[in-house]
Write a protein that binds this ligand. Structure first.
Ligand SMILES: Cc1cc2nc3c(=O)[nH]c(=O)nc-3n(C[C@H](O)[C@H](O)[C@H](O)COP(=O)(O)OP(=O)(O)OC[C@H]3O[C@@H](n4cnc5c(N)ncnc54)[C@H](O)[C@@H]3O)c2cc1C
Length: 394
């Protein structure tokens, strides 16, 4: 008997893969969603899912999945700090194990088939592609590679990221102590600049635990684990003796190839992460859904060539690619002169109030940069003479 040929095989069941699989199934395609790990599986992440990410899912998130709501941010640099709180939530905090599992369930509910298996290779087969796993060959007309930031299959489409185009993030969960030293972070995320080169440290309060981590550009990171330990101590935490883990994160805003014949990259595999503060879930979901729509049209037309699939890069660029490029420009300026930003942030709380509209999905980076440029003379004047530190609810 001839083996079933899937329309689309999706490799990796993170937010990008699940979103691609769900969208493709809703469009009537026969979809296989494959992950090397059974769900729920652990995933290093701060777990902040922005309002923009939630809006792009296409369905609501059950309240039971939210560890907490985030209304704003406190940004610190040395002894400076600035804080903003919006009236409405700008993000929810989730544990990625549960969040990703839920997204897989939504894909399955829409009609995708989920299987556990590691894709070792993708090769051309008599009926399109063959996804090679240890146990079987999965025939498919096309595939979405959504295997995260690293992995060999990405090379089928683009050059892998080097130290200048990717970062490393180290994260650890600390159980909430009694008394809770981070009790004031229940509604805001805490970002500390200047503790890692071209990056920052964070404390995100998830109720029963805090996600504490540092992220930095790989080319500038000499001893990331030492920096993580120093950051823990700075925040009054005893760094763990063992079990410290890191994960790569691509630098968004860099132009990468996204398509090959019958293949598209989505999420981290495509390099879609906000370089300014490391948000990737929103772009994983958006790119996964776009990939599915482009493949559905291309399959209907019977043309899965790289040229046909290049429409994917055009749509991603129009929807969020420029946004990521501006986030990269902004992060380059921020990390070259964090003291300048902090001086402006801490003496002009309006700047952080404006910035928080970006993860809330209300403002693009371009609009934020334009706002900054227009306000620059006034901000510099105030930055030089104004008072430090403030907290306001906008
Ligand atoms: C420490 C850290 C903190 C972060 N914090 C945040 C945050 O707070 N908010 C935010 O928005 N973003 C955050 N990010 C970024 C975010 O985690 C990623 O952008 C997001 O997970 C990308 O989703 P994805 O689906 O592309 O990849 P992933 O979530 O990495 O999923 C890839 C999947 O592919 C599977 N896989 C890999 N290889 C194979 C294979 N060969 N065969 C089958 N399956 C395979 C993996 O098991 C995995 O399930 C953080 C990243 C790090 C490293």
């Amino acid at each position: 008997m001839m083996k079933r040929v899937y329309d689309v095989a999706v490799i990796g069941a993170g937010p990008a893969g699940s979103s691609a699989a769900r969208e493709a199934a809703l469009l009537g395609l026969d979809v296989m969603l494959l992950d090397k790990e059974a769900m729920p599986r652990p995933k290093l992440c701060g777990g902040a899912v922005s309002k923009a990410a939630l809006d792009s899912l296409g369905f609501g998130l059950p309240g039971s999945l939210a560890d907490g709501e985030c209304f704003g941010a406190r940004v610190r640099f040395r002894d400076w700090s600035s804080e903003t709180k919006a009236a409405k939530s700008v993000a929810v905090l989730v544990s990625r194990e549960k969040f990703d599992h839920f997204l897989v369930q939504k894909a399955v509910e829409a009609g995708a088939e989920f299987a556990v298996g590691k894709a070792e290779d993708i090769r051309t087969g008599p009926r399109g592609l063959e996804i090679v796993t240890a146990r079987e060959l999965i025939p498919a007309k096309a595939a979405v590679i959504a295997q995260g930031a690293s992995g060999r299959l990405i090379r089928k489409v683009r050059v892998p990221d080097g130290p200048a185009t990717s970062g490393i993030c180290i994260e650890h969960r600390f159980a909430t102590a009694k008394p809770d030293r981070f009790a004031d972070l229940k509604e805001i995320v805490d970002i500390q600049l200047g503790v890692a080169p071209f990056g920052y440290g964070w404390v995100f309060h998830h109720g029963t635990y805090c996600s504490v981590g540092v992220g930095m550009l790989r080319s500038a990171a000499e001893k990331p684990v030492d920096l993580f330990r120093s950051f823990c101590r700075l925040r009054g935490l005893l760094p763990p003796d063992s079990g410290i883990r890191g994960h790569l994160i691509p630098l968004g805003g860099v132009r990468r190839n996204l398509a090959a014949d019958r293949l598209l990259l989505a999420g981290d595999s495509a390099g879609f992460v906000d370089a300014f503060y490391g948000e990737g879930i929103a772009y994983a979901v958006k790119s996964g859904r776009i990939a599915a729509r482009v493949l559905a049209s291309a399959i209907r037309e019977g043309n899965l060539s790289r040229t046909r699939l290049s429409e994917y890069a055009r749509i991603c660029r129009a929807e969020f690619g420029l946004h990521l490029e501006y986030s990269l420009r902004l992060s380059e300026i921020l990390h070259r002169a964090p003291w300048l930003f902090m001086r402006i942030f801490s003496r002009n709380p309006g700047v952080l109030d404006e910035y928080i509209k970006v993860p809330a999905g209300k403002k693009s980076y371009l609009a934020f940069i334009r706002w900054l440029l227009v306000a620059a003379p006034w901000l510099f004047a105030k930055g030089a003479v104004g008072r430090r530190g403030s907290a306001r609810r906008t």
